[in-house]
Ligand binder design. Structure first.
Ligand SMILES: Cc1ncc(COP(=O)(O)O)c(C=O)c1O
Length: 361
């Protein structure tokens, strides 16, 4: 059996180490996982109730996708034909790659950034074209300079994972003005709900309706606390939604995920509460890093990245203290770690563990 040559050098995505595994290895009661940028709080109360109800009907295939598309369309002031729901925003990146990338085509992206843009391009035997970040956010001028006849998709991760930097309103508009209409621009706003900077553009409200080639990703994995259920969506041109729907598998999003997402949409107060907690938590983590002599990059998301010299070594030392963070070698930044904002208790545990991990032995 011969797998496709395009896969020969593909290194699968490395998820953070499972908390249960670390708990077992260390014999600790409490493990603090700050490695995967999930929200630290569970599903909203209404979503939990909806999940319980949906659990009783798991003998049935999912059928509330159209209802969710309608609700999302109403929320974004658009029509359901502009909504594609996926098994996580991540799966939507896969669908777009399948729909738009042939061998030899190029997918343009900043780097380091969300690894799926690269991995999903490579799976299609397409070429990822990576452009270094500037100060932790996408360098859209440099990206515009790399657009070429083979560019099919250009990603703008805003704010960028893993660095947390954002591009502002005029930089995004200027870039979109320069991209030809036959290049699909995917603005990934997975962390949208956390951002409070007034210069942060809402690409759904500001661009999707007017432009034929702009699609925006959002997810329920972060502030809504549904990462384990896997549900995200795209808002974009109807033609892009149609192509993405052609390559999806039937019933790829579970009914529990539909139900939980629907039940999460009306609790704006809880979104605001979590956003405030995140701002405070990010400050706590930044203070702990600074105390240890490590200046984090400016971040508007629910995570911080800092140059620590040797990311893997520090992540290992923190793990021995029961705190799991993400070393950024797989993202192309071996000198860095990324720490996700946790609960106030988690953040305090990180600060204490960092102090211990850095003590000379
Ligand atoms: C920038 C970015 N896009 C997409 C995703 C994936 O989101 P989902 O859980 O909806 O697949 C993540 C998750 O970490 C992310 O950081």
């Amino acid at each position: 059996m011969r797998p496709r040559p395009a896969l020969a050098d593909l290194r699968p995505y490395e998820p953070g180490k499972p908390a249960a595994e670390v708990r077992r290895e260390l014999g600790l009661d409490r493990i603090v996982k700050l490695a995967s940028n999930e929200g630290p709080y569970g599903p909203f109360p209404a979503a939990l109730a909806a999940i319980e109800r949906a659990a009783r009907e798991l003998n049935r295939y999912p059928e509330r996708g159209a209802e969710l598309a309608e609700r999302l369309a109403a929320r974004h002031g658009t029509t359901p034909d502009r909504i594609a729901i996926g098994n996580g925003a991540d799966a939507v990146v896969g669908l777009l790659s399948m729909a738009y990338l042939d061998p030899g085509d190029e997918a343009l992206m900043g780097w380091p950034s969300f690894p799926s843009y690269r991995l999903d391009a490579v799976k299609q035997a397409a070429t990822p074209v990576t452009v270094p970040l500037r100060g932790g956010s996408y360098d859209l001028d440099a990206m515009a300079g790399r657009l070429g006849p083979h560019t099919k998709i250009a990603y703008v991760c805003n704010p960028n994972n893993p660095t947390g930097g954002m591009v502002g309103r005029s930089a995004l508009r200027g870039f979109l003005d320069r991209v030809p209409d036959d290049v699909l621009v995917v603005v990934d706003e997975a962390y949208h709900e956390y951002v409070t900077d007034p210069d942060y553009p809402d690409a759904i409200a500001e661009h999707v309706q007017e432009r034929p080639n702009v699609a925006v990703l959002r997810t329920f994995s972060k502030i809504y606390g549904l990462a384990g259920l896997r549900i995200g969506y795209l808002v974009g041109p109807p033609g892009v939604v149609r192509e993405a729907m052609k390559v999806r598998n039937p019933f790829d999003v579970s009914e529990m995920a539909h139900a939980a997402a629907l039940a999460s949409l009306d609790d704006a107060a809880e979104v605001a509460r979590r956003r405030d907690l995140n701002e405070r938590g990010r400050e706590e983590l930044a203070a702990a890093l600074r105390e240890a002599g490590m200046e984090p990059l400016p971040s508007v998301g629910n995570f911080l990245t800092a140059d620590v010299g040797d990311g893997r070594a520090l992540a290992r030392a923190l793990e021995a203290e029961g705190v799991i963070v993400r070393p950024l070698e797989p993202f192309g930044a071996p000198e860095c770690i990324r720490v996700t904002v946790g609960t106030p208790e988690d953040n305090a545990a990180f600060a204490a563990a960092l102090g211990r991990a850095l003590q000379p032995r």
